[in-house]
Design a protein around this ligand. Structure first.
Ligand code: NAP
Ligand code: MG
Length: 500
């Protein structure tokens, strides 16, 4: 079993308490790695290291091109260890091999490469259009790093999320303390090894796995931390906002979702039906931006649900390590029980179970946490299975007659992270997309999030955006600098008012 330590101030170290945890393989329930368990003392040291690296180290003063150069060395290291990252993401978090080798790791790498490159040509000095004060001046805006940034990430996309928190913070000159989810800490710690080998100055990146309510809260509340970037549940997001308010920190939050997926009556069902399963079942539904509520016109309801069921029943549920698996396991027993509970709630509320609803034990997956791809029909948007995040392979299908009615229900949610429309008529789909209250809307697709485009939520799905120039903006303070050009005292504005 491999051992992983904390990464603090450029060094790998045991936790101050000496405690460790074992990380579990969701496919088998077996232990795969021993990981140092960070506590308040370790977080304190990590913040200190990040603070020193920011206040006294070279990183914030380097040119963006120099920082991009250092990040390119990390990228080369990532590429050299890509196969290892694929294997560990699959083992530690249950991403199927097909998913981690084609999607999670390669696109995680792309986010690193693209954001570093984008940040190297970002306009750190921005002009201000002239304003007609009676005195002449040169006005401009300087964008500057915040300082020490805390990154707190969930267990569903451990590698991609680590990259999402590190790359934009680093290229803009910040230093970071990253707290991975304790359930899935491994790939963030491999990334830390790559960072160490690439010669990024010590303390610029620190990675400390630890309990959320312990280590996480200490990190968010510490006055030496200037910004918190959190991805996780809406419930914990509310807590993060409260904790950050003590020192009025900049906060960005990427929270939960209950993505509405509207199928229009002119959709190409050969695409829209499998596409809607892609929308909900990627990573066994453990996705914040999944399309979990599907709106289907009454005229097509029977045909669409029959086709959804047929396709869902043909999906192979199996160990993540098996290339034949379409769906891997859920994260752990708790997640399995949560999904099971929601399936019961849905039935109690009067939704009709069209397929699935049971645990499964695939060959080679004894001890793992598997659940059948599940579809509820006759769902009413007010039911819990349509309002609450289940985070498992459960699709809720809602019938509609008028598109306006589907839209109203689609927007009737505390969430607003993602949405989608399936139609052959692009102008029609676009008109609808503009009225969906969500940070991302896909037309005839799902899950594709360009690193050049902003990602984030409306309503209780979050605050702020990640990626693209919008994402970089969140890691930069905005300073206005005004250089007065009036040559004599008598021409100064103050002279007219105070006579000085
Ligand atoms: P979670 O329970 O909110 O935890 C997320 C992270 O916060 C973990 O690292 C967790 O630590 C930590 N944490 C928990 N309580 C904390 C506290 N009081 N103070 C500081 N940190 C704390 O979410 P999860 O169960 O890991 O992930 C699933 C959720 O994430 C879903 O709601 C999903 O929608 C959301 N999500 C959102 C996005 C997005 O981009 N919008 C992406 C992926 C997932 P430990 O768990 O290690 O204790
Ligand atoms: Mg694990």
């Amino acid at each position: 079993m491999r051992e992983f330590k904390l990464f603090v101030g450029g060094e790998f170290a045991d936790a101050a308490s000496g405690q460790t945890v074992e990380s579990q393989d969701p496919s088998t329930g077996g232990s795969i790695a021993t990981v140092a368990l960070g506590g308040a003392e370790d977080i304190d040291r990590a913040i200190g290291a990040a603070r020193t690296a920011f206040d006294e180290g070279p990183w914030p003063g380097m040119t963006p091109a120099e920082r991009a150069g250092a990040m390119r060395r990390v990228y080369d290291g990532i590429i050299a260890r890509q196969d290892e990252l694929v294997e560990w993401e699959t083992l530690d978090s249950g991403h199927t091999m097909r998913m981690s080798s084609l999607f999670t790791i390669p696109y995680g790498n792309e986010y690193w490469r693209h954001l570093a490159e984008l940040g190297s040509r970002y306009e750190y000095q921005q002009s201000v259009e002239p304003y007609g004060f009676p005195v002449e001046a040169w006005d401009f805006v300087q964008r500057e790093p915040f300082g020490v940034c805390a990154g707190i990430i969930p267990w569903n996309f451990p590698y991609i999320m680590a990259v999402w928190k590190l790359a934009p913070a680093l290229i803009t000159g910040n230093t970071v303390v990253l707290k991975p989810a304790l359930e899935t800490p491994v790939t963030a710690l491999i990334l830390a090894e790559i960072v160490a080998e690439a010669g990024i100055p010590p303390g610029v990146v620190n990675v400390v796995p630890g309990h959320g309510p312990g280590a996480g809260e200490v990190l968010v509340a510490d006055p030496r931390v200037d910004k918190v970037a959190f991805t996780g549940s809406t419930e914990v997001g509310r807590r993060i906002m409260q904790l950050a308010s003590g020192t009025v920190k900049k906060v960005t939050l990427e929270l939960g979702g209950k993505g509405p997926n509207i199928l229009l009556d002119d959709a190409d069902l050969d695409i829209a039906v499998p596409g809607s399963l892609w929308a909900v079942y990627l990573h066994t539904g453990q996705m914040c931006e999944a399309g979990t509520r599907m709106f289907v016109p009454s005229s097509l309801y029977d045909e669409v649900t029959a086709r959804l069921v047929e396709l869902a029943e043909g999906m192979v549920v199996g160990p993540a390590t098996d290339f034949a698996s379409d769906l891997g396991p859920l994260l752990n027993r708790r997640q399995l029980e949560t999904v099971e509970r929601y399936v019961q709630i849905g039935q109690d509320e009067g939704a009709k179970l069209l397929t699935g609803g049971e645990r499964v034990t695939p060959a080679g997956g004894e001890g793992g946490f598997y659940f059948q791809p599940t579809i509820f029909g006759d769902v009413d948007n007010s039911m819990k299975v349509a309002q609450e995040e289940i985070f498992g392979p459960v699709l809720s299908v809602i019938r509609y007659d008028a598109v306006e009615d589907a839209l109203r229900q689609a927007n009737d949610s505390i969430y607003g992270l993602s949405g989608g429309v399936w139609s052959r008529d692009i102008p029609r789909a676009l008109a609808l997309a503009k009225r969906i209250k969500a940070g991302t809307v896909w037309i005839n697709d799902w899950h594709m999030l360009s690193p050049a485009a902003p990602f984030g939520g409306y309503k209780q799905s979050g605050v702020g955006r990640e990626f693209g120039r919008w994402g970089l903006d969140e890691y930069l303070q905005t300073k206005y600098i005004r250089v007065d050009q009036t040559p004599t005292k008598e021409q100064k504005f103050w002279y007219q008012i105070l006579g000085l």
